[in-house]
Ligand binder design. Structure first.
Ligand SMILES: [Zn+2]
Length: 133
């Protein structure tokens, strides 16, 4: 992959990382506030549900952050853009759509049959909106 393209991905990952860390902090503060304010009004089941969702969100954030870190490591190591399953080249078009991709389209299709969750910033926002209801 050309150095210029690599640098663009590197900048993208660093920006995503900042955004993720920032929004995670804000959302955790909101959750803490909410659970304190509403503790007396919620029955035990609702509180349990909220706790489960908070833990899930933290896991999702941690997973996405890990993917970004690994992508940055691949850029450093010079393996960014290579499929880790078949060693083939991942198309630039695919990387632009999913920059943390580690598999080419063919290998990914095989994997996606078992993988149902996709982690991206948009889903964090919609999950946060749900929690505020
Ligand atoms: Zn492949």
């Amino acid at each position: 992959m050309e150095t210029q393209a690599l640098n663009q991905f590197k900048a993208l990952f660093n920006r995503q990382k900042r955004e993720l860390l920032y929004s995670g902090k804000v959302m955790n503060e909101e959750f803490n506030l909410k659970s304190d304010d509403l503790a007396d009004e919620l029955d035990l089941t609702s509180t349990d549900n909220e706790t489960a969702m908070r833990m899930r969100l933290r896991n999702r954030e941690a997973l996405f952050l890990k993917k970004i870190d690994e992508a940055l490591e691949r850029i450093q190591a010079g393996t960014f853009g290579s499929c880790e399953s078949c060693d083939g080249e991942i198309s630039l078009k695919r990387l632009e759509a999913r920059p943390t991709a580690t598999l080419c389209v063919d290998c990914k299709e095989t994997q996606e049959q078992t993988e149902r969750l996709h982690i991206d910033g948009h889903q964090f926002k919609s999950l946060g909106a749900k929690l505020r209801l």
